[in-house]
Design a protein around this ligand. Structure first.
Ligand SMILES: [Zn+2]
Length: 62
């Protein structure tokens, strides 16, 4: 069976959750070097539209 043998106690469960940082979202937050807004690393800044020092307009490379 694909079930754990024992139910995790409340304290174990809560202890684990206390360390849980929110999964995907928290780990890849970065500060935009251009405008200082918090942004997803490896993504274009949603505030100023810059990525790695270049303006990205979504229309391909000019
Ligand atoms: Zn920015």
């Amino acid at each position: 069976m694909a079930n754990p043998k024992r139910k995790i106690s409340k304290s174990k469960r809560d202890h684990r959750r206390a360390h849980w940082m929110g999964g995907l979202n928290a780990s890849n937050l970065a500060e935009c070097p251009n405008c200082g807004e918090s942004m997803m690393s490896h993504h274009v800044c949603p505030s100023c539209g810059y990525y790695k020092g270049d303006k990205v307009d979504g229309m391909g490379n000019a």
